[in-house]
Design a protein around this ligand. Structure first.
Ligand SMILES: Cc1ncc(COP(=O)(O)O)c(C=O)c1O
Length: 438
């Protein structure tokens, strides 16, 4: 497989775009950041003409596959009626009605242009609603790149500190240490630690924020009772429970992670799958909290919020996802389950320590050295062999399978039998190549 055109474009890009990329995570690619020219259904093509079955899906948005026709048609129809008015449209009401219909916590919803903005809004709202400042977040969870929450994002084991009192580490140079003062960080999936922190400072905590399934750090499922436990603790201490459903939203089920796990948060954030690939975020929640925005005393604003074309995309995407009792979503989940089981069977047969996690159409494949504890949080996820997982990514890429280098894979509603077969064959070939190289 040749990447010459990509390499040439990268060289040109680096002269005008820092690193040649517009989002830092795109640097983490082999042999270098890649350039693409087309996506259709479950497949993408790079600028060298290489074809891939795509399990990156734009890091989640393309749940309906690349270029879903109903979404494109809805966007095209609106495109010719004007791009932006800075006023309301019937489309945004229709989109909001759909979000509220499908989402257990959503009595009200506001739209944004990204997940990071949505997280920013719910943190402000939680502080406004409770009159408290502290936010409890979990180690290594990713909730966007904004300064007030982007701490302890990817914690190396030698710097994380104790489980009871982890170090709060910046995710970037240039962050203000004062922003960390109102954050409490704990390892995920350990209710005892959360209870202890609330017993000590529950009257100062505005909210707990968590992904319902830790998608960004190994696709780790919540332990039985963990999410309900967080719900109970928040209720006991008058704090709000926030689910960051930027990845899980409209993906784990039509009712998102909160419906899938049966625990309703006070507020939730969305992006990615909500608009079939268009840049839309949203946050939703109970009227008593969300209506604070309606009083205009708690501020949420944005020039591009609820652009008509984007609202057309949300409406079309949610109608597709909800049609026939959410048949498309169920199909994507079933495809992912077949792949998870297939990967496990191949690894077992070849006696290779491959750990496959996830739920619904979210999967994570990594190498977990024999004897390691099961992956339940970011500390146990850190035991996985990242270098070996990355070698697997390279071998898969060589065989026309596009996953993220860390092993996170998203399945779309367009992946079918042909893709499953091709992917399992590629996985077997990739693992064999790795075994032969050892
Ligand atoms: C759980 C979660 N929250 C927030 C974000 C930030 O979303 P965005 O990249 O749209 O700003 C992401 C992005 O991947 C995410 O995965």
């Amino acid at each position: 497989m040749q990447f010459e055109n990509s390499a040439r474009l990268l060289e040109r890009a680096r002269k005008v775009i820092p690193g040649g990329i517009n989002s830092n995570v795109r640097a983490l690619w082999d042999p270098h950041p890649m350039f693409y020219q087309r996506g259709e259904g479950a497949r993408v093509w790079d600028v060298d003409g290489n074809e891939y079955i795509d399990y990156v899906l734009g890091r989640g948005p393309a749940l309906l596959g690349h270029s879903p026709k109903p979404v494109l048609d809805a966007v095209a129809e609106q495109l010719h009626k004007g791009l932006i008015y800075a006023g309301q449209t019937e489309l945004e009401v229709e989109a909001a009605e759909l979000v509220c219909k499908f989402t257990p916590c959503a009595e009200r919803v506001r739209f944004t242009s990204s997940g990071s903005e949505s997280v920013h809004a719910v943190l402000r709202l939680a502080r406004s609603a409770t009159g408290r400042l502290k936010i409890l977040r979990f180690e290594s969870a990713y909730h966007g790149w904004f300064d007030n929450i982007a701490w302890s994002g990817g914690c190396p084991l030698d710097r994380v500190g104790s489980r009871e009192r982890p170090n709060i580490l910046p995710s970037s140079e240039g962050q203000n240490p004062l922003d960390a003062q109102n954050l409490i960080v704990l390892p995920w999936n350990d209710l005892g630690l959360v209870e202890k922190v609330f017993a000590e400072q529950g009257d100062q905590i505005a909210a707990i924020i968590t992904e319902p399934l830790m998608a960004n750090n190994g696709a780790v499922q919540p332990k039985e009772g963990f999410l309900q436990g967080l719900r109970d603790i928040c209720d006991k201490y008058g704090a709000l429970l926030i689910f960051d459903e930027v990845i899980t939203g409209f993906r784990l089920s039509l009712a998102s992670g909160q419906g899938y796990y049966g625990v309703t948060p006070d507020l939730a954030t969305f992006a990615k799958a909500i608009a079939g690939g268009m840049p839309v975020g949203a946050f939703a929640g109970k009227a008593q909290h969300m209506d604070r925005l309606g009083t205009l005393k708690t501020v949420h604003a944005g020039t591009y919020n609820a652009m008509p074309m984007m609202m057309a995309a949300v409406k079309a995407a949610l109608l597709m996802l909800s049609a026939d009792d959410a048949m498309l979503l169920k199909r994507a989940a079933a495809t992912a389950e077949q792949l998870r089981q297939g990967f496990r069977a191949i690894a077992r047969k070849m006696e290779m320590p491959v750990d496959v996690r996830g739920a619904g159409p979210i999967m994570h494949v990594s190498f977990l050295p024999p004897g390691s504890a099961p992956v339940v949080d970011s500390r146990t996820y850190a035991q996985t062999d990242a270098a070996k997982t990355r070698r697997l990514f390279r071998e898969l890429q060589r065989r026309g399978i596009r996953s993220t280098p860390a092993g996170l894979m998203f399945v779309s509603t367009e992946h079918g039998e042909r893709e499953i077969e091709q992917t399992l064959t590629a996985m077997e070939g990739a693992l064999k190549a790795m075994m032969n190289a050892e």
